[in-house]
Design a binder for this molecule. Sequence first.
Ligand code: DSN
Length: 428
Amino acid sequence: MKKLQDGQLQKLIEAEEQRQRDELELIPSENYVSRDVLTALGSVFTNKYSEGYPGRRYYGGQENTDKIENIAIDRAKKLFNADHANVQPHSGAPANIAVYQAWLNPGDTIMAMRLDHGGHLTHGAPVTASAKLYNFVRYGVKDVETGEIDYEEMRRVALKEKPKIILAGFSGYTRSLDYAKIAAIGQEVGAVLMADMAHIAGLIAAGVLPNPFDYGFNIITTTTHKTLRGPRGGLILTKGTVSNPLRAPEKTIDNLPTLIDREVFPGSQGGPHMNTIFAKAVAFGEALDPSFKVYANNILINAKRLADELLKRDFKLVGGGTDNHMIMIDMFGSYGLTGREAQDDLDKVGLPANCNAIPDDKLPPYRPSGLRLGTPAITTRGLKENDMVTIADWILQTVKAHGNDKKLATIKAEVVDFARRFPLPSDI
Ligand code: DSN
């Protein structure tokens, strides 16, 4: 990458590059993008305004932007077996809001997972705009040991509350959702079936986890920067018939693609960020390559092994293990440290992870009991299954060294030495 003229800011790019090289990223929603994705993000497409959709723009000069948006749409449809893709959402939160607006009227009911059981803020946390507009009802886990969802309670609440959308999705849940059971409940009460797959989109695209569309879901929303390993951004995938987004269609399930297009633009966003859409097209191309399936499979292998190694070291895991890329440690229940204390200690040794609420957490959200970690980024760096033994050892040593900065500095030196053997993709 070319150096900035502004020396003060150039130093910060170099410092962040060095931090990323010297640490091993364990935050499950982060990843390291390729050099091509970075190049696309920094390209001249950032100069362009493109309100509208390919072939129907409000500004001139769209001969290249139309092509890249169409490539991004076609690749996304292919990756997820969707009838339509909207690649314009700026990120996951605007993608979810556009779907709610497309299908609901203010006051309508959505059923979604409890935040402390693994759901996401945009699934109706009281502090969000959506929670002020719509009525959210909840489902959660039946058993913290196994992480199983309480599907009987879900059905009972759905029959009573008649949600117009049932939302399957999470940002802090480590087990598999039973899409068939959720779809059956949704069909019984006449709800639209929406899956927020932000965390596991790359695993679905690679075919190593099931695709909700195969179980009758109507909509998938996702971010593009987690397991999908693209730029920070959002994406909405739909089943249905695509028609002209300039004309308001009737509110039917078959018209969802067009209803959603109209709610992304002009409903909730202005000009799409064309450099990001270009970078999405690049990342989707990378995800269509057979090597991405190998990568996604290795994420799962590494996560299972890391979970097993943590269990051997007496860490209590919410859900008892993992079926995806993510692990949730009950840190307070395991070693008497809050998730935040563990996060701060892991920061000191170069293993960033994040504190997280666990089901029915007795501690407050800013210093909860849980610590969430995952393997998408370290798998991109090239770490293999046996390396998970080393990572688990370091996590245990770090937790035991709480308050001992000298010991933490010794672990950090080992982590840096090890991490430098695995270059960032953008350095290759
Ligand atoms: N903040 C993201 C995560 O870390 O899971 C979700 O939006």
